[in-house]
Design a protein around this ligand. Structure first.
Ligand code: GLU
Length: 319
């Protein structure tokens, strides 16, 4: 059994990230599994250099550990997506060899202009109209020296995915997605390709992550199948909401682990409070992460989104 946490280093980790990391870690450790830390710095403009090592330090401060990761190495190196281009190239070649790739000459503006294009869980649906329009534009754009992006045409119209917490769902690939973008015209890999390739290459058997990613799971499972890679067991966990019921997000300046650390907060209080938001303990109490393991089970987590209330905030900061 191998689990993982895969932060995107776009800034300091906030409480919601910490909660997901804690649950992914606890699930792996409670099953006696290995835990892998992978840094998802796929998109250079979104990467904050200081967050690459900073996120690891923030998780260590919380009390989490991992068997493999950018700072400790491991048998499946490298653990930073920015260094894994060769693996994505190889997957791309495999898709090409299977005849599943198609050029896409449409710009974002073109896609917006196809006004009727419905919006699916991973962006505008790319279907027959888009394909036809791309084909019409191809020669002229090639002559201008432009490069296409690349999309996968799934052979199957749908994919069934099971989630350990949310149950079964049939993703209608044809209606919800169409052709899936895997490589942008600037050469940047789409996240779906990278996550599928990396989880398989790193032997990940269980993916515990926020349920905002559930909608995007269908294409990831379909891509894994198209590449003949195993589909991991998924467990999507509810997100942490702030006192007003709004999802915590880096962009909105949610409270970061770094800020708690600087304020002298005891990480065991934070762990205990986060465990309380998941229903793992009845009331906040000071806990080392390992104390959660004997009774841990994904099935025990509260189904509802959790709230970080002012009372919890005050309890964490009390001494
Ligand atoms: N890097 C993604 C994020 O931070 C995680 C996606 C995943 O766990 O598959 O949102």
């Amino acid at each position: 059994m191998r689990g993982r946490f895969a932060p995107s280093p776009s800034g300091a980790l906030h409480l919601g990230n910490a909660r997901t990391a804690l649950l992914a870690w606890a699930s792996a450790r409670a099953q006696g599994g290995a835990f892998v830390l992978r840094v998802e710095d796929l998109d250079p403009p979104r990467t904050v250099a200081a967050a690459v090592s900073g996120n690891l330090e923030e998780l260590r401060w919380l009390g989490l550990d991992w068997d493999e990761g950018p700072d400790v190495g491991g048998a499946h190196e490298p653990y930073r997506q920015s260094e894994r281009q060769a693996a994505y190239d190889a997957a791309f070649e495999r898709l090409a060899a299977r005849g599943l790739l198609a050029e896409d000459w449409l710009s974002r503006k073109d896609l917006r202009e196809v006004a009727s294009a419905p919006h699916g869980p991973v962006g505008p649906v790319y279907a027959a109209r888009e394909r036809a329009r791309s084909e019409r534009l191809a020669a002229a754009r090639r002559a201008e020296g432009a490069s296409p992006s690349w999309r996968v045409r799934f052979a199957e119209p749908y994919v069934d995915v099971h989630d350990a917490r949310l149950g079964a769902r049939r993703f209608d690939l044809a209606a919800e997605t169409g052709d899936l973008l895997v490589r942008r015209r600037d050469g940047i890999w789409a996240y779906a390709l990278a996550v599928v390739v990396d989880d398989a290459a790193m032997g990940i058997t269980e993916v515990v992550r926020g349920d905002d990613l559930w909608d995007a799971t269908g294409v990831q499972a379909a891509l894994a199948r198209a590449l003949d890679l195993p589909v991991p067991r998924y467990a999507h966990v509810p997100l942490l909401l702030d006192g007003d019921g709004v999802r915590l997000a880096k962009r909105r300046g949610a409270a970061t682990l770094a800020a708690y650390r600087e304020a002298g907060v005891d990480p065991h209080r934070l762990v205990g409070a986060l465990a309380a938001t998941a229903g793992l303990v009845p009331a906040p109490t000071s806990l080392a992460p390992a104390e959660l393991l004997p009774a841990f089970g994904l099935a025990r987590l509260d189904a509802a989104p959790a709230r970080w209330s002012p009372a919890l905030e005050a309890w964490v900061r009390a001494r």
